[in-house]
Every structure is written in C-alpha cells, then in structure tokens.
Write a protein that binds this ligand. Structure first.
Ligand SMILES: [Zn+2]
Length: 581
C-alpha cells in the first residue's frame, strides 16, 4: 500500500482543468493568458490548502510553455514543461516567508529578479505567507514590485489578506480563493480512489471531505492515511474509527427515542457512547448538529446548507418528517444550554443524562396515545447495526383512522388544557397504534386550544360550593408558593367565584398570568383533584378598572386611607392641618 502515501502529492493538480473548486479563478487566469494580459503581480488569498500555491505553479508553468494546447493548458513536452515537471525549472522561485522573512532573504530574491530567464519567457516568484515578511523586508521588496522587469511575475500568497500593506495590495491583481466545497472534495477523492483501485464508500469519502474543512490537501492526506491502515477497502466505519468520529447512527437512534419519548432508551444509548470512549460534550455538540441538520433539511430553501452525501440526506429527510419543527427548536435550545454549561458541571455524565431526560420529554405533546402506544411498540428495539426504518412508520400514519374518530367525538365543554395522562388502557382497545407526524402534532396543538374531547374519560361531577372552592384555592396558593411565588401571589390577590357548570372565574391583573399554561394547568389539576370534579373549567377575568385602580399620588393615598379610617379626616380637621398636595 506504500504508493498511497504519496497520493496527496501525486494528485496535486497539474493543469488549470484539474484544479478543484476554484473555477472562477482558473478561468480568469486562462482568459488573461489567452489575451496576453497576465498581470505583473498577483495576490492569492484564502484559507490553507485550497490551491493557492498549486495555481501559482500552474500559472508559472503555463505562461512558460512554448507549445500551449488549444485549451491553453501546458503541453508537458517542451523543455520548460519537462523541467517544471521534474521540479528543476529555473524560472520558478518559491520563497516561504514564514521561515525566510528577513531583509536578507528578500534581497537575495530581488537580486535574482535582475537575471532574465534562459529558457521560457517568464520568471515567476512565488512568495508564500507573504504577510509574515518583516516591515524592513516589505520595504525592500516594494521597490522591485513597483518597477519589475517585463519578464518577472510575482505571485504573493497569504492566508491573511488584512495584514498586507495597502501599498502592496494596490499593485496586485487579487484573487480570493474559497474553501472547496465538501461536494467537490468528495468527488475528487472518488476520482483518486477509482484511479488507485480503492473501493471507497461514498459516505466514507464524504466524512473525510467534511473533516478537511475545505482544504483539498488535508483531505488527500487523510485519505492516504486511512487507506494505508485499511487497505483497498475504504468504509465509513474505517473512517470514523480513524478520525475518532461518533457514528451518526447514534444521533439517529437518539432522535428516534426522543420522538417516541423513550427516556430509558436514551440513557442506554448514551451509556453505549461513553463505553466506546467518546466524551459527553462531543456527543452533545454532535447531537445539536444533528438537530440542526434535521431542521435545515425540512425546508427546500435551506437544504443546500446541509453537507452530506445524497443517501445520508435521504436518511435525514425521512427522520425530519417525523420531527415537528417546534420539537427541533426546543431540542436545539436544550442541547445548546447543556453544551455551554458542560465545562462547569461537576458530574459530567449526569449533566448529559439530564439533558437527555429533558429532550425525552419534548415530544410528549402529541401525547397520551403516544406514551401508551410507544410502550406497546417497544418490543422492536432499535438494532445496533440496523438503520431504523422510519419509512415503515410513515405508512401507518397515512391512514389515520382515528383522525375521523376524533372529529366525530362530541365536543364537550372542558378545560382548555391538556388531557390528564391517566387514561385507562382499556380505552385504547381497537385503536390503531399511532405514530407521529408534523401534521399530527400541529393538529394536536390546534386541539389544545379548542375545548377538548373527554368522551373517553369518566365524567366526575362532585358538587361543591363557593366556601369549599375558596378553601381549596387557598391551599393551592399555600402549597404553590415555593414552586412559583409570583403565580401564587397573583392568584391569591382576588377570590375566585364559582359559576354555573363548574366554571370558576378568577381575576388576574394581567392576562399573561392566565396564559401561563404550565401554572394554570397545575392549578386546574389541583382543583379537579381536591374537589373531585373533572368538569371544572377556569375562566380568567380582568378586574374592573375601578377595582384595579391603585393609589398612586399622595392625595389618592390619603383618600384611600381616609376611606378606611374616617378618623383621619377628623384628626386633620382638629389639628387644622392643610394638605400640601
Ligand atoms: Zn510545454
């Protein structure tokens, strides 16, 4: 396998045609050559490993070839070309400014510029990492750059354009090299693999491309490295093992468990991940990325932001179909929160486990049926090697027989809150096992706002009176003080009033209090339980303006006090006091 060690060098592009992912730059350069308008000085900027030096070398070789073909590519046969190919050309001078940045180094280079080329027409000077030149070296170089001989071409390359002096910038034609796309890199790797008779999985190449961060050079050397271990078969498994990447299969499984709300499974998967030697934060970050991908793939507009092979994209799309947007957004927030606080947590394992437990509850929304049916479906545990088939699930939900059932069910006056979870399992007999889809969860959200059907819940209508209501109300206020003092205080301010049909009117200063679904639900559940009546509804009312009026000014305060303690007026009169307000 030793020939693979060199593929990074072997597959370094030798013509403009072969340059990967920099089409606009190569075609501009070729046009300049065609029109004989090659600039005297260039600045190639962009991240490392994206082809700056390669393009500079190809340019040098091309403008020196005495026999360009009709595609303006060097012939590879003439004297200049062969000397280039043997790295023996005298017409190309490369200076790495990172290590040779003194005035002396530049002077040596400038001296060489004076000597015209013996073979070919141009001498090309490539100064790599040009921003590393010392100030003095820059100045020494500037003069040559201002008045270069006609046969001299300068190509300055840098990863940090902002460090280049304006005087230099203004004398160069500037080319911005971009990070090479994952797509381009993996295609090029596929080409290399084919040429080297390596049987490579598409997914494997994609991962290498992704990890190279837009640098083809890095991708090629990673490719070499892994092939030297694993031989002529390059699989996704090889790659993730070598690069120490957590298998995305885990993220699919975790997300599946979140969808069905299976917290135990989540903890087991995480245990497996830890046992495989991955750290918790690595997992959390990866999971967050997974949610991001699911979100991105939902919308055709953002699909291109997703970097993955076509087959993996398909897999994402399938899972995304069963993830409500709302759930994904919450999952992202949760993951992000735990990611940020990971470093400061004392028990890192527990930290991630708590995150997973919270995630496991996110999709509890399309609820009751789910928590129950998921238990019934559980005997199909997610196999380790097998990808989970989400497609099968999708089919069952297309029929949705219970959808109609729901619509025809009589709508009773009931609380605008969730159904209680304790539904007798017998009620589910004859119901088809139900899976989740976005539509279902949207429907569930809608239903939440409408009065909910309670036909399958036994009606309990124990009578109670106003006194009993106030008593229970107060005990809720007491018991809830530690949980939410603000909510507790807000509802303690006014006494609730029992109306017909077990409607309880309660006053709130601010409608936001009534919209605090979580707390209002707790209140309602408490009342239902303590008064043994599941037909109770809560109806928030805003107090009359008069009632709500709070004394603001001093006069108002005085009048308020005077109302309560008429003696104050007498006191004021007896002492002959004047009000100063
Ligand atoms: Zn040639």
């Amino acid at each position: 396998m030793e020939d693979f060690i060199v593929s990074a060098r072997k597959y370094r592009p030798a013509t403009f045609q072969q340059v990967v992912g920099q089409q606009s730059i190569t075609s501009t350069l070729q046009n300049a050559i065609k029109n004989n308008q090659v600039a005297q000085a260039f600045l190639f900027t962009g991240p490392r490993g994206v082809g700056k030096t390669t393009c500079a070398r190809i340019l040098a070789k091309t403008i020196n070839c005495s026999n360009l073909n009709k595609d303006l590519e060097p012939c590879n046969e003439c004297e200049s070309c062969t000397s280039f190919n043997n790295s023996a050309s005298f017409n190309i001078h490369e200076l790495d400014a990172a290590s040779n940045n003194s005035v002396e180094d530049i002077r040596t280079l400038v001296d060489q510029v004076r000597i015209p080329p013996q073979v070919g027409s141009y001498k090309v000077y490539i100064i790599d990492e040009v921003h590393m030149l010392s100030q003095a070296a820059f100045n020494a170089f500037l003069k040559t750059l201002e008045e270069p001989p006609a046969y001299a071409k300068f190509i300055l390359a840098t990863t940090e354009k902002h460090k280049i002096l304006p005087t230099i910038l203004s004398r160069c034609q500037i080319f911005d090299f971009r990070r090479i796309s994952v797509e381009d890199i993996s295609q090029y790797l596929a080409y290399v693999a084919k040429n080297e008779n390596v049987n490579a999985e598409e997914e494997a190449l994609h991962i290498i491309a992704q990890k190279s961060d837009g640098a083809l050079r890095d991708a090629l050397s990673t490719f070499d490295q892994i092939v030297s271990y694993s031989g002529d078969k390059l699989s996704y498994k090889n790659v993730i093992e070598n690069l120490n990447i957590l298998d995305y299969e885990y993220y699919f499984r975790v997300t599946h468990s979140i969808i069905i709300g299976d917290i135990s499974q989540l903890l087991l998967i995480f245990n497996e991940i830890i046992e495989n030697g991955f750290d918790g934060q690595h997992f959390i970050t990866g999971l967050n990325e997974h949610f991001r991908n699911l979100l991105v793939i939902k919308d055709p507009v953002t699909i291109e932001l997703m970097l993955a092979s076509p087959s993996l994209k398909e897999k994402y799309r399938t899972q995304a179909d069963s993830c409500p947007v709302e759930m994904l957004l919450k999952a992202l927030t949760t993951c992000n929160k735990y990611d940020l606080s990971y470093k400061t947590s004392n028990n890192k394992r527990l930290h991630v486990e708590i995150a997973l437990m919270q995630l496991g509850q996110l999709n509890a929304e399309p609820k009751t049926q789910l928590t129950q049916t998921s238990r019934q479906t559980k005997p199909e545990p997610v196999a380790k090697e097998q990808p989970i088939s989400y497609k099968a699930e999708k089919k069952t939900e297309e029929k949705k027989p219970e959808e109609q059932e729901l619509k025809t069910e009589p709508k009773k006056q009931a609380a605008p809150v969730r159904k209680s979870v304790s539904k007798p399992p017998a009620e589910d007999n004859g119901r088809k096992i139900r899976n989740i889809s976005i539509k279902d969860s949207l429907d569930a959200l809608k239903r939440k706002k409408e009065p909910e059907d309670q036909a399958d819940e036994p009606v309990i209508k124990t009578k109670f009176n106003q006194e009993k209501l106030i008593e229970i109300w107060k005990s809720f206020v007491e018991s809830y003080k530690t949980k939410s003092p603000s909510f507790s205080n807000a509802i303690a301010k006014y006494e609730p009033v029992l109306k017909e049909d077990f409607i309880i009117e309660y006053k709130v200063d601010n409608i936001l209090i009534a919209k605090d679904v979580l707390n209002v639900t707790s209140l309602l559940e408490f009342l239902k339980r303590e008064l043994n009546n599941n037909q109770i509804t809560l109806k928030p009312v805003l107090p009359d303006k008069k009632e709500a009026k709070v004394a603001y000014t001093d006069r108002e305060k005085f009048e308020e006090m005077a109302k309560k303690y008429p003696g104050i007026i007498k006191l004021k009169e007896q002492l002959n006091l004047e009000l100063e307000f």
